[in-house]
Ligand binder design. Structure first.
Ligand SMILES: [Zn+2]
Ligand SMILES: [Zn+2]
Length: 569
């Protein structure tokens, strides 16, 4: 603790929540504002005569809160398997002269350390691992403990686990499901729940190749609709701020837009977050039976204020797809490039599938996928409900975000890119006719304030007094890609960690978790389940706080559950 303040003097503060809170300023009045930091937090201007330890002149540069990635595969079993599957990626993108430094290498499967460094250099101060299988939770947290600087959190994957499916088939009550979901959140130190292809990963193991929303599971007899609505209800009953994180059925299949729209309808006003929406917005029109349904999906999202989404934009080039959705990964395995892939089951919790892939700008399907993602960004009206992701590494590496921001902010740049790709795409997409250009404030919403709000992070994603002092200072460059790739200054918890896009210091961020109340009587059912079916006992499965805290690498930050008195900013 120090008694001195740090003053960031004369910045153009780009924080939409300032205006919403009635604090004068924001970008709109063009005025210069001062920010005071103390003990890792943003604080109100100090009283006259307070000791100012350091003054940093921002000279009118743009100031935003640290950016938050709501969906990025950065830890856990499949990320590690991807590294093992593609050793050449670490040779090619090595950082040392021999190109073989595995602890500091990789582009789409970066090492844990490179993950933290690259995010911080781009002004990102938190990222969320969206697919932590509960049985893999310990591994995931151990790996994330090696990701420096940024805060991180995990969504536990449920909805294909035999315990839940069996209990639903046996007629479990909603309150039993609620207790189970809460127990999993505690035991795995998670901040949310993701459902992946509800019921489909399990159905795949019974030789099913797709599963529609109202199609009964071949063994358990329950439908994806039931799994989806029960889990969404559980999270809202428990007051978990981040609503159910949904990876819809039939990922990547032409015509899947109907199941995506049916999923939104099935949620019937319940809050939910639909992830990597680009992969779920495909129609079947045209000679190739593959078309953009972005307009229809965007319209459904625009009409549904309970729904937030992230896009999962694809970026041309080599990457690896990594998903718990082994039904879809098995289907895509023939497209593996290079030709090697992995599909496995993990403790009957869910799947783990890896298929290396190269998105080619001259291939019609890939080029149209690129256009569909951009159409979604540009046709969904409210930046508070659509967030910037590539579903790293599925659509491309997170390091391509600055390029993606330029595509959203600069129409002529976007149209230049559109003119370079497979020429049929321009004819099959409305992208070229969309005029919209995102403003800096909208970028600040979709990369900071929006994800913070939907995750329930009250002290992140904004620059109001009380916030964690995650602050990013940008030069206002006309080339938005250059601007967002190399911020002038990045502070994490008030400490300068990067300057002009280069790391200057390292450290450890927090693990963000949620802990809703529940009835521990659920353990009477779970204990025998663990004894009979799992490789570890219930007592050993649970991750103690000490396992995260004892190595001294950052703290635990607990997101408050929603109560009647809580209101969003
Ligand atoms: Zn997914
Ligand atoms: Zn994902």
């Amino acid at each position: 603790m120090s008694d001195a303040y740090t003053l960031l003097r004369g910045g153009r503060v780009c924080d939409p929540t300032w205006i919403a809170d009635g604090i004068a300023g924001g970008m709109s009045d063009g005025g210069l504002r001062d920010l005071y930091l103390k003990d890792g937090r943003i604080v109100a201007p100090p009283p006259e005569g307070a000791r100012i330890g350091e003054v940093i002149d921002l000279d009118g540069r743009i100031v935003m809160a640290g950016a938050i990635d709501i969906h990025s595969h950065i830890g856990g079993g499949k990320v590690n398997l991807a590294r093992l599957l593609l050793p050449e990626e670490h040779r090619e993108h090595g950082s040392g002269p021999d190109g073989l430094r595995r602890s500091g290498s990789g582009l789409f499967t970066p090492s844990s350390f490179v993950t933290g460094y690259r995010y911080a250099e781009m002004g990102y101060t938190a990222a969320f691992e969206p697919a932590m299988l509960p049985s893999n939770a310990r591994h995931t947290h151990l790996e994330l403990a090696d990701v420096p600087i940024i805060d991180k959190g995990c969504y536990a994957v449920l909805g294909n686990d035999d315990f839940l499916l069996e209990r639903l088939a046996a007629g479990a009550t909603q309150s039993e499901v609620n207790d189970y979901v809460a127990w999993i959140l505690h035991a795995t130190q998670a901040v949310g729940v993701k459902v992946v292809n509800p019921g489909g990963i399990s159905a795949f193991k019974f030789n099913q190749r797709r599963l529609e929303l109202d199609e009964a599971h071949p063994h358990y007899g329950i439908t994806p609709r039931r799994i989806l609505t029960t889990l969404a209800t559980a999270l809202s009953d428990l007051g978990v701020p981040h609503p159910l994180h949904v990876h819809c059925n039939n990922l990547g299949i032409p015509g899947n837009e109907s199941v995506t729209r049916d999923t939104i309808a099935a949620l019937d006003g319940r809050p939910a977050h639909l992830t990597h929406l680009q992969f779920h917005s495909y129609g079947t029109e045209g000679d190739r039976r593959f078309s953009s349904a972005a307009a229809e999906i965007a319209e459904a999202v625009n009409r549904s204020p309970n729904i937030s989404v992230d896009v999962g934009q694809i970026i041309f080039g080599q990457t690896v797809t990594a998903s718990a959705d082994i039904m879809s990964q098995f289907r895509n395995s023939g497209l593996a490039s290079p030709r090697k892939w992995v599909c496995s089951d993990i403790e009957c919790d869910g799947g783990c599938g890896l298929v290396p892939f190269r998105y080619r700008d001259k291939a019609f399907v890939n080029a149209l996928q690129w256009a569909i993602g951009l159409e979604l960004f540009l046709l969904i009206d409210d930046p508070w409900r659509v967030y910037l992701t590539t579903d790293h590494p599925n659509g491309g590496p997170f390091t391509s975000y600055p390029h993606l921001i330029r595509l959203l902010m600069d129409r002529s740049f976007r149209n230049e890119q559109l003119a370079r790709i497979n020429p049929d795409v321009a004819a099959h997409s409305r992208l070229g006719s969309i005029d919209r250009e995102y403003t800096l404030e909208e970028i600040a919403v979709m990369t900071r304030a929006g994800p913070a709000r939907v995750l329930g992070l009250r002290d992140r994603g904004h620059l109001r007094p009380g916030a964690v002092a995650d602050v990013v200072v940008y030069d206002d460059l006309p080339d938005r890609e250059a601007m967002f790739a190399a911020p002038a200054l990045v502070f994490k918890k008030g400490r300068l960690v990067a300057r002009n896009g280069r790391l200057t210091a390292t450290g450890w961020g927090d693990t963000i978790v949620v802990r809703p109340e529940f009835d521990s009587a659920i353990e009477r059912r779970l204990k025998p389940w663990f004894e009979d079916h799992q490789t570890v006992r219930l007592g050993n499965f649970r991750i103690a706080d000490g396992e995260i805290l004892d190595h001294g690498r950052g703290g635990l930050s607990i997101v408050p559950t929603l109560t009647a008195s809580y209101s969003c900013f």
